[in-house]
Design a protein around this ligand. Sequence first.
Ligand code: FES
Length: 96
Amino acid sequence: MKKHKVTICTGTACFVMGGSELLLLEEQLPGDLKAVTEIEGSPCSGICNRSEYSGAQADHAPFALVDGEVIEQASLQKIIDCLRTLETESQRLNYA
Ligand code: FES
């Protein structure tokens, strides 16, 4: 079974903007999502330097990636909601 990959930025900009809370994700994930999710921390992934996000980092950080999709102003709930959507879609396709 392919797992969803969550990458949590632990770079300075993300950390001070609330990214430290995101490191609690594994504890907060519902059991069904925990079984299909791989979580890793990463130093600044460079997203904060992309033109679409730079200049107003406070408006966008912290960042996380879920299967490569950028989640800005990431929160535990946003990441869980994204995983729930992806998993629901994955299950729908498996039964189609
Ligand atoms: S510090 Fe998080 S993307 Fe740069």
